[in-house]
Design a protein around this ligand. Structure first.
Ligand code: ATP
Length: 281
């Protein structure tokens, strides 16, 4: 089963072409990193996959169902969003509410509106929410206000909410950008664990390539709204990354990136060629 299928997606904001003919497929159960310099189009792509933004042209299907095509959202988009968990850099929790309530919000698409508005959740729903918090390692903080959690804990609560939602596809937009290295590793380990244990498809945009290499077998790199690399993360070499990130490369490239003649095993799109090039293994 293909989790995400994108064909010829284009998006322009004013004169800025944020997405330029993006086409790609992500099989269900993969964990994929999305990398690229600031402004390359990562967040815009994630928002389109999530059905939160409409493209100008092209289409996107999630688990074989079209969520948008030629600038129109499908009538099923709202329903489909339930199977898509989205995590943002800024956690998107309600600060004044307890952590457990924030996680229970994940049920809102599944229960009737009145019950959701009044905040009546069943024993079983509370049990599921506690299990999700246990899974991300913060069940002891369940009764605390969300605002009292550390950044890493807040991000873990956001992941728990996506689990409760019953998502099959997790889109994480720079989930570790504002975390210290230890918290960032913990969040990435949780995402990798969910991917391995539940077979959840995970697409995660990252600034630092080190995390892509460590946790994601596949990396998609973007530049100026286009996919310029799609292949194994281990094959990302220093020369390519310097070209991808330009001046920012010193901050973003892992120190032990392999040398440029590292063998590549999968088809890649190379910077500058504009066309897919089959690299040799
Ligand atoms: N709502 C918007 N209105 C106008 N321009 C936008 C909008 N959203 C994105 N853009 C522009 O589209 C381009 C891609 O932005 P996007 O946020 O997707 O990049 P990014 O790779 O996620 O960057 P970063 O790593 O800094 O978050 C940028 O030039 C950005 O300014």
């Amino acid at each position: 089963m293909v989790a995400v299928s994108i064909d010829g997606l284009t998006k322009t904001f004013g004169r800025k072409r944020a997405l330029n003919g993006v086409s790609l497929e992500i099989p269900a159960g993969e964990m994929v990193a999305l990398i690229g310099a600031s402004g390359s189009g990562k967040s815009t792509l994630i928002r389109h996959i999530a059905g939160l933004e409409r493209g100008d042209a092209g289409c996107i299907a999630i688990h074989g169902r079209e969520i948008q095509s030629a600038g129109r959202l499908s009538g099923e988009a709202r329903d489909m969003r339930r199977s898509i968990g989205v995590i943002f850099q800024q956690f998107n929790l309600v600060d004044r509410l307890p952590v457990i309530t924030n996680v229970l919000v994940g049920f809102l698409g599944q229960i009737n509106r009145l019950r959701g508005t009044l905040g009546f959740f069943s024993r079983n729903e509370k049990h599921i929410a506690m299990r999700a918090l246990h899974r991300v390692g913060i069940c002891e903080q369940a009764r605390q206000r969300a605002s009292t959690l550390s950044g890493g804990q807040q991000q873990r609560a956001a992941i728990a909410r996506a689990l409760v939602q019953g998502a099959r596809l997790m889109l994480a937009d720079e989930p570790i950008a504002s975390l210290d290295p230890a918290s960032a590793r913990r969040v990435m380990e949780i995402l990798a664990g969910i991917n391995k244990e539940d077979g959840m498809t995970v697409v995660v945009s990252l600034h630092q390539v080190e995390y892509a290499r460590r946790y994601c077998p596949r990396t998609i790199a973007m530049k100026d709204g286009a996919v310029v690399y799609d292949g194994p993360s281990v094959a990302l070499d220093t020369a390519f990354l310097k070209e991808l990130y330009g001046e920012a490369s010193d901050e973003l490239i892992l120190p032990d990136a392999p040398v440029s003649d590292q063998p590549r095993e999968r088809p890649v799109v190379a910077i500058g060629s504009g066309a897919p090039a089959l690299a040799t293994a």
